[in-house]
Design a protein around this ligand. Sequence first.
Ligand code: NAI
Length: 349
Amino acid sequence: MRLQKDELKSLIKNKLHAAGLSEEHADTTADVLTFADERGIHSHGAMRVEYYAERIAKGGINTKPEYKFEKTGPCTGIFHGDGGSGHVAATLAMDEAIQMAKENGVAIVGVRDISHSGAISYFTNQAAKADVIGFSVCQSDPMVVPFGGAEPYYGTNPIAFAAPGKDGKMISLDMATTVQAWGKILHARSKNESIPDTWAVDKNGEPTTDPFNVNALLPIAGPKGYGLGMMVDVLSGVLLGLPFGNKVSSMYEDLTEYRKLGQLHIVINPAFFTGLMGFKQDISTSMQELNNIKPAPGFSKVFAPGQNMDIVVEEYMKNGIEIVNDIVEYLKSDTIHNNQYDHKGAFAK
Ligand code: NAI
């Protein structure tokens, strides 16, 4: 079913507000989720609303958090999330980082004790829109086998990076350090589709094509993706004194408890290096040069990272955002949640 962006955002906002989030927090959270759907990142959009609503309703997301920004040095700080919406905390923390980098050239802000924050390019794009470079990493629950291992240790630990070009354009990379994000498995489940055998393993550690048989995800490029997952865990977990590795709280284990996830934003101000105008010009030039590269067989065009989503945004703006029917029905219903996520474990069916 197709929905216009405003309608989708308002349905999500109303549901999260009905579940207990303040209107303001519901609005920001809905904005982050709509941002994802609008780009075709359906794994981190409206599909997650029922899970959030259940967690909010059961007390596992603080609806009245005392967010606090603690400046720990000229260019560093910690944003205390107090168990509140991760989407809101990460947005506010990025605002602080941007301001600090505008003044000092660079900023590193840790965000601690938050719940899930969604598609993290929302925050790095926030930086690029403010004419600074954004880099962000965050923890997620343990569901990835380390290279050579048969049990999960790290999460899908995503990395996002965005740099501003001219005329509002930007390069924007946003990726899980797994072959696919867990949400993509959920999306395949919601559409009853099989998955490629390179994404995940079953309980015996064998590759599986059945999204309902997934027991752990595979890191990208073997030991290299495993190493990137480690880097994310060190920067957004160990560095902030938070639970790390397989002690990171599970998304589905206990929906009555606040999660204590960590995220780290690094912001760099080009004005303190090569100069803003030259930097933006060069980013735009490199995007153009990439677009001019001769496409390989089977490809129509080379995109700069993130540019592939511009086409999705354009099409959705024209024709509405495609959302799975069941999800739209839920969003339009009076049901807050169907009690289906609590104590289920990440890979529950
Ligand atoms: P993906 O595999 O769909 O895309 C990865 C990157 O590749 C994106 O930057 C995309 O723009 C780029 N890309 C894809 N096709 C391209 C093309 N043809 N040309 C140029 N660039 C191209 O993303 P993935 O790894 O499935 O992650 C999905 C989302 O899941 C992300 O938004 C991520 O932040 C989110 N996530 C969030 C987590 C959390 O705990 N908050 C955990 C894991 C993932």
